[in-house]
Design a protein. Structure first.
Length: 332
């Protein structure tokens, strides 16, 4: 099974993005010592990257892309992430980053509504904001928002389950928390594909709060309740790790597990046959493009309001080839 898709929405909001860039371009924001105009990277800009959570291989891979591009363009970057994927922990981190006045902030918002005001405050203080991965309810203040085709990835996850179970049956989604734009879109894409297929029935979406143990507990209970489940879509790395554990502990190798993301532990579960497919994002590419957009905004150049990156579906058939190239990094 191979799906690979890459889209770049370059036309959307070009005028708006230019207008936003015009608000704070040239002098690099409130606290920067940059003076660049003209070519990328001559501004000596300082960038801050705030991850959704520290220690997550998705954000580590994004950090690798950010650092590589920052070095290429001659700008500095400082990365921080809270210990949990939790807006209550991310907000004070953002407040302190804003107080340190970087020229640009690259950030994965942990909640579309709770993080709206803190991130918008950064933009209002003259910092160029690039939203990476997740977004907020109204991202119009941002120079750019860069994310995977999460809805399409959810649809592809359903296709993988359908391929393994052409006879149909019950399916479950294990997600993170409601209000996270990425996992919500994945679940939406998956559920829409299920609804279009008469042979399948969704038993719903459950939330594991980004904790593998909680995902395993959900799956254990779900398999006891609905013994005829044929497939589970786990909408992110930690949900997938826990889902695989739950299915394995129940001894249910007839249940197809498709996980979003492709950390090394998930790949091991794929190789072991506990997980049948992984939808791998392109975090390094998101990071590289985020730096490019931030530097363009700081230089007063056009930015792209919305950029969509692709995904690769990894299975045992392609893990030693194309699929293997999509696996996330644990360190740069
Ligand atoms: O799936 C990624 C990311 O896209 C999502 O927004 C949050 O979870 C991950 O970081 C994986 O753990």
């Amino acid at each position: 099974m191979k799906w690979s898709k890459a889209l770049s929405i370059t036309a959307i909001g070009a005028v708006g993005a230019l207008a936003l860039a015009g608000c704070s371009s040239g002098d690099g924001g409130s606290g920067g010592d940059s003076g660049g105009s003209g070519g990328s990277g001559d501004g000596d800009y300082s960038l801050a990257f705030v991850q959704g959570v520290a220690g997550d291989e998705f954000y580590i891979s994004m950090q690798c892309g950010i650092e590589a591009k920052a070095e290429e363009l001659g700008v500095s970057v400082k990365t921080q992430g809270a210990k949990q994927f939790d807006p209550a922990l991310q907000k004070p981190l953002v407040d302190s980053v804003v107080a340190s006045s970087p020229d640009a902030l690259l950030i994965a918002a942990t909640d579309q509504s709770a993080m709206q005001a803190p991130i918008e405050a950064a933009a209002n203080s003259g910092i160029e904001v690039v939203l990476v991965d997740t977004t907020v309810e109204d991202p119009s203040f941002a120079a750019s928002a860069i994310a995977s085709d999460n809805y399409g990835g959810g649809e592809a996850a359903f296709e993988a389950i359908e391929e393994a179970h052409p006879e149909g049956g019950k399916v479950l989604v294990v997600s993170i928390d409601p209000g996270i734009t990425t996992s919500d879109a994945r679940a939406e894409g998956f559920e829409a594909a299920v609804a279009e297929n008469d042979k399948f029935e969704s038993v719903g979406i459950e939330y594991s709060h980004n904790q593998p143990d909680e995902a395993a507990r959900i799956v254990t209970a779900a398999l006891q309740r609905d013994k005829d489940l044929v497939g589970i879509f786990a909408a992110n790395l930690f949900a997938a790790e826990g889902t695989a554990t739950g299915v394995q502990q129940a001894g249910r190798d007839d249940v197809t597990v498709v996980g979003f993301d492709a950390g090394p532990a998930q790949v091991e579960q794929l190789r072991d046959g506990i997980v049948q497919a992984l939808v791998a994002q392109e975090p390094a590419s998101i990071g590289e493009q985020a730096v490019e957009q931030a530097v363009a905004a700081l230089n007063g150049e056009d930015t792209t309001a919305e950029i969509q990156t692709g995904f690769t579906v990894i299975t045992q058939d392609n893990i030693d080839g194309e699929g293997g190239e999509a696996v996330y990094q644990s360190s740069c």
